[in-house]
Design a protein around this ligand. Structure first.
Ligand SMILES: C[S@@+](CC[C@H](N)C(=O)[O-])C[C@H]1O[C@@H](n2cnc3c(N)ncnc32)[C@H](O)[C@@H]1O
Length: 246
């Protein structure tokens, strides 16, 4: 749940300030995740005070999955988000381009189907999923709008999208405390538990550079999704954006 990649070339003129320290090529993103893969699941839960489990459950609920449906979990990493989706009874398929994350995931969760795939060129036919979702991944993709379009392509008409991503706390005093945690305590804790602590500096910086709730809703809509709306979790630390494939 980290490493937002900012590129000045991101379409729609949106919100992203191209910060050199956050610029990454796709192979650098994959390599960075390879580097954190081993301790990824544990580090997340520690840094999020266990809230990640609640956010994943809320994501599954927002998708309204039914047994027999097919759901794509994009940027699935170690499959922790995919496993939560499978609890619905739907067939949940995880896709990611970090071989390191997939390797850890296949070992830890052998029952979860994990496919090596680039979010910008998915190896799936048009309309082949009833629902698509991405948890803490969109921020890391070099072209988030292109990924949202690709997600729309593989979703059937009437299918659902849910994006679970860090966002911006809505109440000012809480926002101040949260930013202090993000820029101070979080990198310090990461130094103790993470296999690549530098990656968690990116986490903090990338969250700050990410669009707010309304901004991301605009990106989702421009990428071809209808009925776009969002819901804040934990006061806006995370937001769930949803949409329908027209
Ligand atoms: C922070 S992890 C999220 C993992 C998981 N969804 C979760 O909830 O913990 C972000 C993932 O995005 C993946 N990613 C980034 N860009 C990608 C791309 N273009 N195609 C596929 N996966 C990508 C990374 O490899 C990484 O595993």
């Amino acid at each position: 749940m980290h490493l937002r990649v900012c590129r000045p070339s991101v379409p729609l003129g949106l919100l992203f300030v191209g910060r050199a320290s956050l610029d990454k090529e796709p192979h650098e993103v994959a390599a960075m995740f390879d580097g954190v893969a081993e301790k990824y699941d544990l580090t997340n839960t520690v840094l999020a005070f266990g809230q990640d489990r609640v956010w994943r459950r809320r994501t599954r609920e927002a998708l309204n999955l039914e047994a027999g449906e097919r759901v794509l979990d994009l940027a699935a990493g170690t499959g922790v988000s995919t496993l939560e989706l499978a609890r619905s009874g739907a067939t949940a398929i995880g896709a990611d381009f970090s071989v390191g994350m997939l390797r850890v995931g296949r070992k830890a969760r052998p029952s979860v189907p994990l496919v090596a795939a680039d979010a910008l060129a998915l190896p799936f036919a048009d309309g082949s999923f009833d629902a698509v979702t991405i948890s803490f991944g969109l921020r890391n993709i070099v072209d988030p709008a292109a990924a949202l379009r690709e997600m729309a392509r593989v979703t059937r008409p009437g299918g659902r999208l849910v994006v679970c991503e860090f966002s911006h706390p809505v109440v000012a005093p809480f926002r101040t405390v949260y930013l202090r945690y993000l820029m101070g305590a979080l990198p310090a804790v990461a130094r103790r538990v993470a296999s690549n602590p530098d990656a968690y500096v990116y986490l903090a910086e990338s969250i700050q550079a990410w669009p707010d709730q309304a901004g991301l809703a605009g990106v989702v809509q421009s990428a071809g999704w209808a009925k776009v709306a969002w819901r804040n979790l934990t006061g806006g630390v995370v937001a769930l954006h949803r949409g329908i494939k027209p």
